[in-house]
Design a protein around this ligand. Structure first.
Ligand SMILES: *Cc1c(COP(=O)(O)O)cnc(C)c1O
Length: 385
């Protein structure tokens, strides 16, 4: 049973919705190699939580494994199980917090657990002993995010306990930045130093530390000191920068384009308002086209009155409120026909609409735009001609 609606239908299928997300696997490949080049010899753990940032969990996992990714990271147990049930054999770390009763499921599916406290580690050790298996574990240190993980100032007891485990293979130790994508790296460097302080535990005892990892996209771009043994790129792999403030030291390109088609054309008389609430009307005659996409697909209603789309190489405004499944675009007195391609996000000739721009219209961040493209929107995978 699949928790995601993995649609693998081709663009020319009659079943495909005119609205779809097109993922270019060659862009993913290029982004992967660009990140690799900037972070070698560190290993890479692409982060594929939330349906691989909307790009399709299983397809993206298969692709990055084929490129040589050493590890995969997901947020939840269910995401890891789905990957295993899809035949992915690469090591998978589940980054999120775990509940005691989930541990046997982790072990049954050979998923790597995050041990974020001494109690969690003991639960894992106990379950692994009962099942007669060795649990793969990464220790999680909280250096300033205050999400999960043992506080850096209490970490020593967890590290001590980890040395005594008989049924756990402590394969990694990691932390997570709260501000690695901002223009000022002061607080990120405080976190980095706290992590290094925790790691000195191994050096002081003459022990080789387990795999150390800390860098998300922001830190991959801005903090080479934090790359350690492995990096954890999420959004950067998909060709989007984590924030406007972070430096763009690695060139990446968006992998996802969001497309639709014109399904209706009409002329609207002056003073005749458009859509729910009648919030917009023209004082002259205009041509208006209807596009079969709406907030029920993740095209946020909050973008009403701000969003634009590209039709025939030109930008036009979305007018009136965005509905659940449809929206209207004012093309003034220009030309568009039923079936014309509409670019909601992506490039068309000279024009392009980036994820960052949608985020600004919606008053949010690019992460939320990508992860909200609903499963009702089919994913179509393409390569360059
Ligand atoms: C989401 C996440 C990442 C990736 O973050 P990006 O900013 O998308 O690169 C890395 N590590 C952890 C623990 C995360 O939760």
């Amino acid at each position: 049973m699949s928790i995601f609606n993995q649609l693998t239908i081709s663009t020319n299928s009659e079943l495909v919705r005119p609205t779809f997300a097109e993922i270019n696997l060659d862009r993913l490949t290029e982004n992967y190699h660009a990140i690799r080049k900037a972070t070698a010899p560190a290993k890479m753990m692409p982060i594929l939580k939330a349906n691989a940032y909307g790009h399709g969990l299983v397809e993206v996992a298969r692709h990055v494994v084929s490129l040589g990714a050493e590890y995969l990271g997901v947020a939840f147990l269910e995401e890891g199980i789905l990957l295993r049930e899809s035949g992915i054999r690469a090591p998978i770390l589940v980054l999120g917090g775990i509940l005691g009763n989930q541990v046997p499921l982790f072990l049954r599916h050979d998923l790597t657990l995050t041990a974020s406290s001494t109690e969690k580690l003991a639960q894992i050790e106990e379950a692994a002993r009962e099942m007669g298996v060795t649990a793969k574990v990464h220790l999680k240190i909280d250096t300033g995010m205050e999400r999960i993980g043992v506080h850096y100032y209490n970490a020593e007891s967890l590290l001590e306990a980890s040395l005594d485990c008989q049924h756990c293979l402590v394969e990694g130790i990691y932390s997570h930045f709260a501000n690695a994508d901002s223009a000022s790296l002061i607080s990120a460097n405080v976190q980095l130093n706290r992590f290094k302080q925790v790691l000195s535990f191994y050096e002081e005892r003459g022990l080789t530390p387990p795999m150390r990892h800390m860098a998300n996209s922001g830190a991959i771009l801005q903090m080479p000191d934090s790359h350690f043994d492995m990096v954890r790129p999420g959004i950067l792999l998909f060709g989007v920068y984590p924030s406007a403030g972070s430096s763009h030291t690695i060139a990446v390109k968006p992998a996802l384009s969001w497309k639709s088609r014109v399904v209706y054309f009409k002329v609207v008389m002056p003073g005749h308002p458009i859509s729910y609430g009648s919030t917009w009307q023209s004082d002259h005659m205009v041509r208006v086209v209807t596009i079969p996409v709406g907030y029920g697909d993740g095209y946020f209603r909050a973008m009403s009155g701000k969003a634009q789309v590209i039709i025939r190489g030109k930008r036009y405004p979305v007018v009136g409120r965005i509905c659940m499944d449809q929206m209207m675009v004012n093309i003034e007195w220009e030309t568009a026909y039923n079936d014309d391609e509409v670019i909601l996000m992506g490039q068309a000739g000279e024009q392009s609409i980036r994820c960052e721009e949608l985020a600004e219209w919606a008053g949010t961040i690019p992460y939320e735009i990508l992860t909200n493209i609903n499963t009702r929107v089919p994913r179509v995978y393409v390569r360059d001609e």
